[in-house]
Design a protein around this ligand. Structure first.
Ligand code: KIV
Ligand code: NA
Length: 266
């Protein structure tokens, strides 16, 4: 069973680890068989499960439902669950909503943002709830960004991201996710901080990698993001199976053959 101490050991030993999004019991079971290290019940379910064009319509009840479905059949993975859009603006709301996801079976609560989350991160840690802070392209802020764009490209925004990351770790964040940031920035953050850093579109030097399950099975609606690889139709998936795709992803991340330079931003 993967725990936060497993991930901390992985970071110290330079062992790269995996995360995949998952929203239901049977896929969770299949990920278990492939020994995927961590599972994220992402609010990306708003897009891939519910058919919305953003993550904004997702509710805490939706997240709790899918978290419980995954948790029931999970044995091996550490389970992360997203607090959805506008469910953690005030401290009392954030605490009540985190409790709901933890009681549904999450082991870690994921939040999008930066230094403004410090008080919440500290409060949750003291109450027994570890947090993962998601920085860079934070999809819940798509209307602030004006689209899904790579973040941290200017010196100013790279500095802001670095300071945000340091601040939330100092406040007690257990993990970080970096989404769509230049690979050299992700490397610098990963090396500077003691907590495991999980990347998506953040290059090969983060401690872990995460992908949306549907994307890595080749189920993409519209343009395929640069950081996605289709592990289902990869010729090395000799079983041509979903379990084989998960196992190939796990193996590729462990042996550092995924991601490559073609999957990253500079
Ligand atoms: O919701 C999600 O799938 C995520 C990952 C892309 C990190 O937050
Ligand atoms: Na998310």
């Amino acid at each position: 069973m993967t725990t936060l101490s497993t991930l901390n050991k992985f970071k110290k030993s330079g062992t790269k680890f995996t995360c995949l999004t998952c929203y239901d019991a049977m896929f969770a079971r299949t990920m278990d068989k492939a020994e995927i290290d961590t599972i994220l019940i992402g609010d990306s379910l708003g897009m891939v499960v519910q058919g919305h064009d953003s993550t904004l319509p997702v509710t805490v009840a939706d997240m709790a439902y899918h978290t419980a479905n995954v948790a029931r059949s999970n044995e091996h993975a550490l389970i992360l669950a997203d607090l959805p859009f506008m469910s953690y603006v005030t401290l009392p709301e954030a605490i009540a909503n985190s409790r709901q996801l933890m009681q549904a079976g999450a082991h870690v609560i994921k939040l999008e943002g930066g230094r403004e989350l410090c008080e919440l991160v500290k409060t949750l840690a003291q109450a027994g709830t570890p947090t993962c802070v998601h920085l860079g392209l934070t999809p819940q802020s798509v209307n602030v960004f004006g689209g899904y764009k790579v973040q941290g490209r200017s010196d100013e925004s790279a500095d802001k991201l670095f300071i945000d990351a340091q601040a939330v770790v100092a406040a007690g964040a257990a993990l970080l996710v970096l989404e769509c940031v230049p690979a050299d920035l992700a490397k610098a953050v990963t090396e500077a901080l003691d907590v495991p850093v999980i990347g998506i579109g953040a290059g090969a030097d983060t401690d872990g990698q995460v992908l949306v399950m549907h994307d890595m099975l080749g189920m993409v609606h519209g343009r395929v993001p640069r950081f996605v690889h289709d592990f289902l139709s990869d010729e090395r998936n000799t079983a041509h199976s979903i379990e084989g795709a998960f196992a190939l992803y796990q193996q590729s991340v462990r042996e550092c053959s995924f991601p490559t330079a073609q999957h990253q931003f500079s």
